[in-house]
Design a protein around this ligand. Structure first.
Ligand SMILES: *Cc1c(COP(=O)(O)O)cnc(C)c1O
Length: 423
């Protein structure tokens, strides 16, 4: 469907009326397994000689529509859904890494990813080195012969930092490793990382793609542009696989080999598959992604402008403001909007942050982003609580910091709510 525009793809990509019943909406195929046509077809499916449904841990027709739609919106060759954003990240690294390997990540990250990369992955003997999302050279300085990937968020949580994707992609190119971009905060409506040189895109579809705060989901999209054989660093993709009669994934599946391997090996063995019911909720959300993102960004800018004028506010970290150092990056990478998740600092510090989240009425005090509803959190006392003081400040979550995810309500009501709650 590449000839259609983004808004048309958001409604239609991957879906068609159900061939069995004519149902217009993608049915929820609530089944664990699928009857084989005959013994030969079953054998061919298990050998990966033909594609088809075997068992819902590795594929499901409802989930497949979501995979195809997100891949179309990102401009990739293939997609793979997972139970959550963290599950998607785990599957990507499970496919790429071997024990002893390293990867480089921007340190401006979702707090959960800081833990996943720094602690959970270390148990597999995969080691992260940190760099700065706005300074591509800081990635180049961390490259070693053990580097297997570079990771960043397009717009980084919680600070709304806009990464230098073009510069970071150049470092990945020179190092001969894939660039993985977490595009959760931007969504493909604002930034399509593959156009800037990303090789793999990951999403927490829990956030803006689903958009309504009602389901956990994750996704992986492959650009189809990385040469997995060149360096010999990715044996999962290039070497004979004993669990599929010696198949070589890259040789056999070419520009969608990463997603086939991530599905047929990592998803099969890790088991973090997406339930079809959640896939339908995400699909329904994606239909209005362009409309919602436009409104999210308009509201976010209006709230940021109001905050920037308020005496109780020390600073506003929103790249959509002309005075912000990352305003040029916003104009370059996401001219349609700087997203709707950002932080600001209260002059009153930690206590003022706790007071604010206690007093809001429309904003919900919770640990999520990318909902139609406006959300607020004080990271130092919640999401970033487990980090050391030093790491909290490094990831943009100091004591006075408040994070907003500005929703799609009437913006005058949002401003009035923050005004009364700041006391
Ligand atoms: C929420 C989030 C994740 C993790 O996704 P889950 O769906 O909660 O597992 C990863 N990256 C970013 C940027 C997020 O906001």
């Amino acid at each position: 469907m590449a000839e259609y525009g983004f808004d048309t793809l958001a409604v239609h990509a991957g879906a068609q009326p159900d061939p069995a019943t004519g149902a217009r909406i993608t049915p929820i195929y609530q089944t664990s397994a699928y009857v084989f046509d005959n013994a030969d077809q079953a054998a061919a499916l298990f050998n990966l000689q033909v594609f088809g449904n075997i068992y819902s841990r590795i594929m499901n027709p409802t989930v497949a529509v979501m995979e195809e739609r997100i891949a179309a919106l990102e401009g990739g060759t293939a997609g793979l859904a997972a139970a959550s954003g963290h599950a998607a990240q785990h599957l990507v690294f499970h496919t790429l890494m071997e024990p002893g390997g390293e990867f480089i990540s921007a340190r401006q990250l979702y707090g959960g990813s800081v833990n996943q990369f720094g602690q959970a992955f270390a148990k597999y003997d995969w080691h992260v080195r940190w760099a700065d999302a706005t300074e591509a050279d800081s990635f180049a300085r961390q490259v070693t012969d053990k580097t297997r990937a570079i990771f960043c968020e397009s717009i980084a949580n919680p600070g709304g930092v806009i990464s230098d994707l073009e510069g970071i992609a150049r470092v990945a190119e020179q190092a001969g490793v894939p660039l993985i971009v977490d595009n959760t905060l931007a969504s493909p409506y604002l930034i399509r990382p593959i156009e800037w040189g990303a090789h793999i895109v990951v999403h927490s579809a829990t956030k803006f793609l689903g958009g309504h705060g009602n389901s956990l989901a994750g996704a992986i999209v492959e650009a189809g542009t990385f040469d997995w054989a060149k360096s010999g660093k990715y044996p999962t993709l290039t070497d004979e696989n004993p669990s599929y009669h010696g198949i070589r994934f890259y040789e056999t599946f070419g520009d969608f080999a990463f997603c086939v391997a991530a599905r047929a090996l990592s998803l099969r063995d890790v088991g973090s598959c997406l339930a079809p019911q959640n896939a339908v909720l995400v699909l329904t959300g994606i239909e209005t992604l362009p409309l919602r993102m436009k409104r999210h960004c308009e509201n976010a800018l209006a709230v940021a402008e109001w905050l920037a004028r308020d005496q109780r506010v020390a600073w506003v970290n929103y790249a959509g403001l002309e005075s912000h150092p990352l305003y040029p990056a916003h104009r370059k990478y996401c001219p349609k909007g700087a997203g709707s998740v950002y932080t600001f600092g209260l002059r009153g510090g930690f206590d003022a942050g706790m007071n604010l989240v206690n007093r809001v009425r429309i904003f919900s005090h919770l640990a999520n982003i990318g909902d139609t509803r406006s959300l607020i959190i004080h990271p130092a006392s919640t999401t970033h609580r487990q980090l050391s003081d030093e790491d909290r400040i490094k990831t943009g979550a100091g004591p006075e910091v408040v994070r907003l995810s500005v929703g799609i309500e009437d913006v005058k009501d949002l401003i009035a709510d923050l005004d009364q709650a700041m006391g």
